[in-house]
Design a protein around this ligand. Structure first.
Ligand code: UGA
Length: 436
């Protein structure tokens, strides 16, 4: 099939390359010329494990190409995926002008029978708007609009695309449904379940899934506070809860809270969407609030351990919003760094991958290439991202490097007993503190 992908962010680029690997002819377009140039040489504009290698193979086999013109993606395509980022403030659920612009471009260039597949996370009702816009621009065009939400996680994006937990097709007409079922047939044959529903339910399901994951994390963070106050260990509580298959252990990790491009925005988007339709989805307001409190709580822990932050040297380990990515968008680690600096601490940070991007957001942030260098002379080390590299740190060496042997673990990556043995005072989230 000939497939067009508009927007080469995480979802768009990975979708395009993955579809090419299934044998389709794919044109990925993005308005950013530098990005397109780099993609043509097989270099993705962001880090994603395995993406560059897969991209190069597909380029060599001439199954994927890149263009600055979305018209090239649309011309002759059987399916056009709309993967443009949800624009502007990242908060409002109505700022969908990028999607509208794409709708006009699709209308001007599309062939009869085209299926326009919405992959960007959008408020329910966006597909209807897309349909109306295309109809207005080109009344004679025969086309379908479907919602095909994506559930890939950064860091696992290729596997999540080729072996997803579920394929969701929201279609209100038979043609759209059939073409999408044909596209996904090999993935469904590979064992992924498929759920076919109407367009609005698919749109809402995507927002609801992310909002629910965020709510689970905030529940764990609220629970962590109660555990701290009552002497329980939140990890043990979460293990007990999570062993009930109705609850599940995933996303019950207490810590600095959720960040990234999706969860924070989607919680707010669903909340506002509900409000606009006359329902106050109050759980979501609390979810966001508890998430903001999570960073404040870790800041308090560092301050408490230091007595005063002014003039203290803090080593931050981790800047990415989670491990296995160089993405720092809405990263709780950066928010923590800002708060510590605002209280006149000096911050030296390390991240295996995200330092350049972090400095692009915070030009004054001092970063080093080695976690022990971040710890060197530090009055306190704070773990902000759950990189495996940190789990494997030599704790005795860490203690020797530090001015004060104090670790605040914002992601509960260490075993408290190991810290005790290493002679380090250890303050984690929702677990009893260890003071040496
Ligand atoms: C999220 C969803 O997990 C994907 O299913 C979805 O497709 C994607 O958004 C999207 O809409 O594009 P992602 O943003 O890659 O994926 O990140 P997650 O793995 O969900 O992690 C989000 C944040 O939650 C991270 O900051 C992570 O550290 C935090 N987290 C996660 C916790 O604080 N505790 C946990 O137990 C799990």
């Amino acid at each position: 099939m000939r497939i067009g992908v508009i927007g080469a962010g995480h979802v768009g680029l990975v979708t395009g390359v993955a579809m090419a690997s299934l044998g389709h002819e794919v044109v990925v377009s993005d308005a950013d010329e530098t990005k397109v140039e780099s993609m043509r040489t097989g270099t993705p504009p962001f880090f994603e494990a395995g993406l560059s290698a897969l991209m190069r193979t597909q380029i060599e086999q001439r199954r994927v190409s890149f263009s600055v013109s979305s018209r090239e993606s649309v011309a002759g395509a059987a399916i056009v995926f709309i993967c443009v980022g949800r624009p502007s403030d990242g908060i409002s659920d109505t700022s969908l002008s990028a999607v509208e612009e794409v709708a006009r471009e699709v209308a001007s260039e599309a062939s009869d029978g085209v299926v326009v597949a919405e992959k960007s996370t959008v408020p329910p009702g966006t597909a209807d708007r897309l349909r109306t816009t295309i109809e207005r621009e080109r009344p004679e065009l025969r086309f379908s609009v479907v919602s095909n939400p994506e559930f890939l996680r950064e860091g696992h994006a290729i596997d999540d695309t080729l072996r997803p937990t579920r394929v969701v097709i929201g279609a209100d007409d038979e043609h759209g449904r059939e073409i999408m079922e044909e596209l996904y047939a090999p993935i469904v044959q590979g064992g992924s379940p498929i759920i076919v529903t109407d367009v609005r339910s698919a749109e809402l399901a995507k927002l609801a899934s992310n909002a629910f994951l965020a709510t689970k994390i905030s529940f764990a963070n609220a629970l962590a506070r109660v555990a701290e106050l009552s002497g329980a260990d939140v990890e043990h509580v979460a293990d007990v809860m999570g062993s009930d298959p109705r609850i599940g252990r995933a996303f019950l990790g207490a810590g600095l809270g959720y960040g990234g491009y999706c969860l924070p925005k989607d919680v707010v988007s669903l909340e506002r969407f509900s409000e606009r339709h006359g329902y106050t989805f109050s759980i979501l307001e609390v979810t966001s609030r508890v998430n903001e409190e999570a960073v404040a709580h870790v800041t308090d822990k560092v301050r408490e351990a230091m007595w005063n932050l002014e003039g203290k040297r803090i080593g931050l380990l981790g800047l990415a919003f989670k491990s296995e990515t160089d993405d720092v968008r809405a990263s709780p680690a950066l928010e923590l760094a800002r708060r510590l600096i605002a209280e006149k601490a000096s911050v030296v940070a390390h991240d295996p991958m995200a330092s350049d991007r972090a400095r692009a957001e915070m030009p004054d942030l001092e970063t080093v290439d080695d976690p022990y260098a971040a710890a060197s002379g530090a009055n306190c080390v704070v773990i902000c991202t759950d990189w495996d590299e940190y789990r494997g740190l030599d704790l005795n060496r860490l203690r020797v490097e530090m001015a004060y042997p104090i670790v605040v673990d914002g992601r509960n990556v260490f075993d408290p007993d190991e810290m005790r043995t290493a002679g380090i005072s250890y303050f984690s989230i929702g677990r009893p503190s260890i003071e040496t």
